[in-house]
Design a protein around this ligand. Structure first.
Ligand code: HEC
Ligand code: HEC
Length: 377
């Protein structure tokens, strides 16, 4: 019972503060971030927004193996529901906050494809009042000698050249606006919290003195699947707590996707987050250095990191197919089959062991996973 309660949403603690983002819990910042999240002007072709891939109707995923923006990014779009709880963002944890994470897709040529200079201009033109109220005055972005329409440290040679030609102090001012766009988006993302599922009502009903009043909330197949989840399947080794994730990195020997280079996972993410100028210790962070505990005490020993990915939440998992970091598996049945076989690692150390589930047990486990979908949206 203690283990079951620990998986219930009733046990979800309040969101931890983000000292690196001084507007993280300001409703005005969340309101601005929400507008930016759905605004396609924050892209090179006026056609892509965060919601192009993080669709509210799909629990902020996109029902595709790979994210599709300006191009195709060969990674599976992650759900944003409850993601603000996680110390590390993305499959390999290359960011230590949601605000620094947001800056990556904005300038990735395959996702939004634009530049920080362009986005600062969009803020000045369309969100000036909201921005100034939160972050103070903007520089004179209409001065084309100092601030071009496009520019950033990006792949596109013209945009990179106009960025390189800017004064360091003007680059710094634009970096600050860029970081504040991320901080507003993060404030919005903090409002995307998991909602109770049938499983949570089931756990609550077990403490009910008179359970005969209600029809059983989980059927026999689902209850058998739950037993496997916490028992023979050893799923709670990694998928634990109310979001059903330990937010840590593990090598689960997921096979590569055809045509996609093998992802090295956390071993690369660990180096990237240390080098990120927008990390918790960087000049655009609002945290005091001693508050950046995750980054300062980060595990960097590559031994356990090769081929490791962040354990995803299993909240709403029945609605967020396909699965794994490159969408390798189309169905929950295929996921369970992978765990049942134990996998074979092409790199690093496989943490899985074969489970020996019968076909009936495998389908019970998949049935349990379908009880984790939020009932109200
Ligand atoms: C082209 C599709 C696409 C677009 C557009 C996009 N994302 Fe993502 N998002 C992804 C993919 C794919 C991943 C996994 C990336 C990785 O592992 O490197 C991801 C991961 C994330 C994560 C990490 C979640 C976690 O649990 O670690 C966050 C947060 C996020 N995106 C927020 C945003 C925001 C904010 C925007 C808009 C500025 C955005 N995304 C735009 C596809 C997209
Ligand atoms: C050793 C840690 C670990 C164990 C044990 C584990 N998982 Fe996972 N799980 C992960 C990681 C890491 C991923 C992402 C792997 C990737 O994308 O390469 C994942 C992915 C998943 C996904 C896909 C979610 C998505 O959004 O793509 C499902 C479903 C899942 N696991 C279910 C289970 C079940 C059921 C069990 C028990 C049989 C289990 N897991 C045991 C770590 C673990």
């Amino acid at each position: 019972m203690a283990l079951l309660r620990s998986l219930s949403l009733a046990m979800l603690p309040p969101l931890p503060p983000d000292p690196s983002n001084s507007v993280a819990d300001r409703p005005e910042a969340a309101a601005l971030g929400r507008q930016i999240f759905f605004d396609t002007r924050f892209s090179v072709n006026d056609a892509v927004s965060c919601a192009s891939c993080h669709m509210p109707d799909h629990f902020f995923t996109d029902a595709r193996p790979f994210g599709v923006g300006v191009g195709v990014i060969p990674l599976n779009t992650m759900s944003l529901v409850g993601a603000a709880y996680s110390e590390w963002q993305t499959w390999d944890g290359k960011n230590d906050s949601q605000w620094s994470q947001a800056l990556i897709p904005l300038e990735n040529p395959l996702e939004h494809g634009g530049t920080r200079m362009q986005y600062a201009q969009v803020i000045a033109e369309h969100y000036r009042a909201e921005y100034v109220a939160l972050f103070g005055p903007l520089p004179d972005l209409a001065d084309r000698q100092r601030f071009p329409l496009r520019g950033g440290p990006v792949v596109d040679p013209a945009a990179a050249a106009s960025w390189a030609a800017m004064r360091a102090t003007d680059q710094d001012a634009v970096n600050r606006i860029f970081a504040n766009i991320g901080k507003s988006l993060a404030a919005y993302e903090r409002t995307l919290l998991p909602q109770p599922a049938r499983f949570d009502r089931y756990v609550a009903s077990l403490d009910d003195p008179d359970p005969s009043q209600e029809p059983p909330l989980l059927n026999d197949e689902e209850i058998a699947g739950l037993r496997i989840f916490i028992g023979k399947g050893a799923c709670t080794q990694c998928h634990n707590g109310p979001r059903l994730t330990n937010d840590a990195f593990h090598n689960t020997a997921v096979p590569g996707a055809p045509g996609v280079p093998l992802q090295r996972g956390r071993v690369d993410g660990a180096a990237k987050v240390q080098a990120d100028p927008f990390n918790c210790l960087g000049r655009y962070s609002d945290a005091a250095p001693e508050q950046c505990t995750a980054l300062r005490f980060q595990v960097t020993d590559p031994a356990g990191l090769v081929g490791s990915m962040k354990t995803p939440t299993l909240r709403n998992v029945a609605e967020t197919a396909p699965y794994m970091h490159t969408g390798q598996f189309a169905t929950l049945a295929e996921v369970v089959e992978h765990y049942n076989g134990g996998g074979y690692s092409l790199q690093g150390h496989n943490e899985l062991k074969p489970l020996g589930l019968s076909p009936e047990e495998a389908s019970q486990l998949a049935a349990f996973l379908r009880t984790l979908t939020a009932e109200a949206r």
